[in-house]
Design a protein around this ligand. Structure first.
Ligand code: ATP
Length: 253
């Protein structure tokens, strides 16, 4: 499933936060959004997953006009892992992940054997099988993050949007979560802060600065010292990381 967001413009209050941004994610591609705090990544993602109405622009998932379609129709295809996962009522981990099945059900339809199988698979992929009876509210930030990912996997989306999915996670789980998402082999658009991870997991990157696309291309082309210095106002050198054999970054002010 292909995502095409065209000429997106978003104003919040009097401020223009996203300025004429176009993004494309081809079928099966893992595309990253990078850029400094406050550059507009979350705002752009929110407008793509219908949590914010843009002033201008269009979003298509293949032929589905996302901005003009119902929540239910969109959530049958699009899964979202957002930045904040707070809830006001408590459920077990199993119940939380089962919520991922909601878009595929009719009103008040009960859980079927197939739903339990899908939830089991999502819990296995996110290494949460031992947590199924735990209360969601009692979990740590990182554990909650994994439950939200499991819920999104149980939704069986054909496309996934992730807003800093590795927020709260220790390094092992950061790697595991991104590997787990990559293994789904669906189109992904993810805001990422860790540039080594962006270089490793993304097929293509959009670098955002002041609400505009500053650079885009394959990671090796975008993650140059010049672009990183311009984006983050730091000194930067790149090197080959001896552990991963991928791109590494050294920073200073
Ligand atoms: N309701 C609002 N009214 C006015 N400005 C807002 C509102 N919501 C967000 N902003 C501003 O919009 C800008 C972009 O915020 P956004 O959350 O999209 O950035 P981001 O790139 O995702 O940042 P981060 O990396 O810190 O998550 C910020 O300057 C933020 O303060």
């Amino acid at each position: 499933m292909e995502l095409t967001a065209k000429e997106m413009e978003i104003r919040l209050g009097k401020k223009e936060i996203v300025k004429n941004v176009s993004i494309q994610v081809k079928t099966g591609q893992f595309v990253g959004l990078i850029g400094p705090n406050g550059c507009g990544k979350s705002t752009l993602l929110k407008s793509i997953y219908k949590s914010l109405v843009p002033q201008r622009g269009s979003v298509f998932l293949n032929e589905l006009d996302v901005l003009k379609s119902s929540e239910k129709k969109v959530s049958q295809r699009l899964g979202v892992v957002g930045q904040f996962n707070e809830m006001h009522f408590d459920l077990t981990v199993q119940q939380m992940v089962m919520l991922g099945r909601t878009p595929h059900k009719r009103m008040l339809e009960s859980d079927k054997q197939e739903d339990y199988r899908i939830v089991e698979d999502a819990l296995t992929r996110t290494r949460l099988l031992d947590y199924r009876e735990r209360s969601y509210l009692s979990l740590s930030g990182g554990e909650k993050q994994r439950v939200i990912l499991a819920r999104t996997i149980a939704q069986q989306p054909e496309f996934m949007i992730l807003d800093e999915p590795t927020n709260h996670l220790d390094i092992r789980y950061q790697l595991e979560i991104l590997t787990c998402v990559k293994e789904l082999k669906i189109g992904v658009l993810a805001a990422l802060h860790d540039l080594e991870m962006a270089a490793h997991y993304c097929d293509y990157l959009y670098a955002i600065k002041d609400g505009e696309v500053y650079a885009h291309g394959i990671p090796n082309r975008v993650l140059t010292p010049e672009v990183i210095e311009a984006l983050y106002q730091v000194k930067c050198q790149t090197y080959i990381n001896p552990v991963t054999n991928g791109l590494g970054f050294a920073y200073g002010i």
